[in-house]
Design a protein around this ligand. Structure first.
Ligand code: AMP
Ligand code: TRP
Length: 333
């Protein structure tokens, strides 16, 4: 008998326009997975409010994120794509998992430490229990694989531990999810400080490429990228800036590091930077075009997210109802 396809779950926060880091590290891997797996993808607006958001902007960013994911090739005939707050099972399972997650475990999360330092005036309980909600997202679908960038690995390990603990306490229910992290591009670094990851919260706008930046802007930012005083385009320890550009170039062109070194042998960094900028801009052009079309059709977007929230609810409800039963809640009639 044919084995059932494995299930993929991933989520992304609608906290502004996506960066090239989000794209290469996470989103671009989502569309190709649709042929091999059953995929469930989610815009995690509930995660976003763990740091203060302007409500008007959050709504706008959520719709933009939804449209951008469609623009990046998520196909609703193959996958489910929905908005987290539309599907109540996430909040419901979150509570059960919070009651099975330890204070000590949550305190060790690097992202919590970073974010609570950055938002010292608002270290709220949601920020602290964020990984339990993320575990609920994943476990409500019994996902096998979770494609994320390297920075999310620790959260995924926590999700596995919580799943395992729940299964031990209450009997087998949850699948233990595996991370699915790309070999190349799992960490796209800042163009201005290549020892730090590229992030939209960077104060220097030249540090970060946005997916929706136009071609000239992209090339200009790459031209200004910080490199080293060497002149050879090759991947080597200590050449963080060049390593980062090579990794970006490799992930949009498919060329290996050896091929890239050969292509730019005897040419300076200037040529290389322009080539990276052009390759990235050309790669992103169809996404920008699709996005412009989709974001102007709000009725179509609404149709998509409404139907998909229903599908997600139907799927996750079965698993969450079992979890409720296992912890001893009285079954609803
Ligand atoms: P965030 O923007 O931090 O909410 O991240 C959304 C997704 O993009 C997560 O899967 C991250 O792992 C991934 N991601 C964010 N920044 C980078 C980066 N600079 N390089 C690679 N992946 C990233
Ligand atoms: N925490 C993830 C991030 O910041 C977003 C996220 C929320 C997620 N729930 C998820 C990713 C479930 C994968 C699976 O990027």
């Amino acid at each position: 008998m044919a084995e059932e396809k494995k299930l993929i779950f991933s989520g992304i926060q609608p906290t502004g326009t996506f960066t090239l880091g989000n794209y290469i590290g996470a989103i671009r891997n989502w569309a190709p997975l649709q042929d091999q797996y059953r995929c469930v993808y989610c815009v995690v607006d509930m995660h976003a409010i763990t740091v203060r958001q302007d409500p008007v902007k959050l709504r706008q960013h959520t719709l933009e994120a939804y449209a951008l994911l469609l623009a990046c090739g998520i196909d609703l005939d193959k996958s489910i794509l929905f908005i987290q707050s539309h599907v109540r099972t996430h909040a419901e399972l979150n509570w059960l998992l919070c009651c099975n997650t330890q204070f000590g475990e949550l305190s060790r999360m690097t992202q919590f430490k970073d974010k609570s330092a950055r938002h010292a005036d608002d270290v709220n309980a949601g920020l602290f229990t964020y990984p339990s909600l993320m575990a609920a997202d994943i476990l409500a679908y019994n996902a096998d694989l979770v494609p994320v960038g390297a920075d999310q690995k620790q959260h995924l390990e926590l999700a596995r531990n919580v799943a395992q603990r729940f299964n031990q306490r209450y009997g087998e229910l949850f699948t233990l999810p595996e991370p699915y992290i790309p070999d190349v591009g799992a960490r796209v670094m800042s163009l201005q400080d290549p020892t730090k990851k590229m992030s939209k919260s960077d104060e220097n706008p030249n540090a970060c490429i946005l997916i929706l930046d136009d071609k000239d802007t992209i090339i200009r930012k790459f031209k200004r990228a910080v490199t080293d005083s060497d002149a050879e385009v090759c991947y080597r320890e200590g050449k963080d800036g060049i390593n980062n550009l090579m990794s970006i170039y490799s992930s949009v062109t498919g060329k290996s590091y050896e091929e890239i070194t050969a292509e730019f042998a005897g040419r300076g960094y200037g040529d290389f930077k322009v080539a990276v900028g052009e390759a990235v801009a050309d790669h992103l052009q169809p996404i920008r075009d699709n996005f412009a079309r989709l974001i102007s059709d709000k009725a179509y977007l609404k149709e998509c997210y409404t139907a998909n929230a229903e599908k997600a609810l139907r799927y996750s409800q079965r698993i969450v109802a079992k979890a409720f039963h296992k912890v001893g809640f009285v079954d609803k009639g």
